[in-house]
Design a binder for this molecule. Sequence first.
Ligand code: GDP
Ligand code: MN
Length: 387
Amino acid sequence: MKIHEYQAKELLGAYGVNVPSGTVCKTPEEVYEATKAYEKCVIKAQIHSGGRGKGGGVKLASSPEEARGIAEKMIGMQLVTHQTGPEGKLVRKVLVTGAASYEKEFYLSVAADNENENLVIIASAAGGTEIEETAKLHPELIVKEPVSIFGGFRAYQGIGVAKKLGLTGTLQKEFIATLRGMIRLFIEKDCSLVEINPLVTTTDGHILALDAKVNFDDNALMRHPEIAELRDIDEEDPKEARASEFDLNYISLDGNIGCLVNGAGLAMATMDIIKKFGGSPANFLDVGGSATTERVTAAFEILLSDPNVKAIMVNIFGGIMKCDIIAEGVVTAAKKLGMTVPLVVRLEGTNVERGKEILKESGLAIIPAEDMADAARKAVEAAGGAK
Ligand code: GDP
Ligand code: MN
């Protein structure tokens, strides 16, 4: 799960990281009021994507009037960054903070190091908006330090990283405290990433987090109801949000064949075989082992709400789940929703004969398939042919 910058800064602040105080605003008037307190301020679009600075989502203002003018343009815009895709993301709120004057920008993050089953500190003295380029072109400028999730973070490790970044004295002390807070947050709240970019040294000699990004492990959210509350459904793909209500594993893709499958492995294989026949899946969807009529209906609804879907391929292996139950679900859903696109169904497993009968007797224009390859071929054909 992702959260907004203002939420991430609040959390980091609670863990002892120095963050600028700010106000979240939803209207230009609120921005006008909030910026009266500052001589110079920064207005930052709150969306769940990075790269806002380059996309026009971070602006400096020298007066409340100027800030209001910026907010009038920013609130309500579709902000396009290299992380949002070409359609961009709607800006619903902005964060207003006093503008900090700083000397240097650093990159600092704590991430899960899956390969070593540990945490890793990633840092660079070349922080700021160009960090991705730096990582690609000058990997030698990136410092990595493994941290044991059980052994914890040791002061000498912090000193080592700080020295490599050229930080000494008070700055070094504050840097280590920042790092300690980030690691404690990461472990206590089951994060998957805690990132500050840029972390800056201010002109008056302190360490300050100008930006913040914190991601959480979804599977651990049940342990942190206070974190789960920070979720902002507006920022999620509406189809994915709806799917999670029904416990469906759904991921939006950019093809035109909607897939309804039980089991993650079979769902992967289905996507592969669609590709093999020259088609392109519109989604990954695993309805799981306990697909009730309700869930099958919800799954269909989600697939049909995607205007890109030109055909649907149902690929079910009836094991624990019986084929006749699935067939009934498919028929009920198709009748209820009024199927508007061709529907190819491949069933295999327990009670398959009864399942096929139910589909045939339904009177719906369902295209039956013998096996996976047959189904994929028919679905690609129905969606307009191979590309
Ligand atoms: P991102 O582009 O989405 O990562 O947004 P950031 O919060 O990192 O902001 C982008 C850039 O705006 C930063 O790298 C800074 O150079 C600049 N910026 C952000 N906040 C301030 C501030 O308080 N003062 C100044 N002078 N620049 C800022
Ligand atoms: Mn940033």
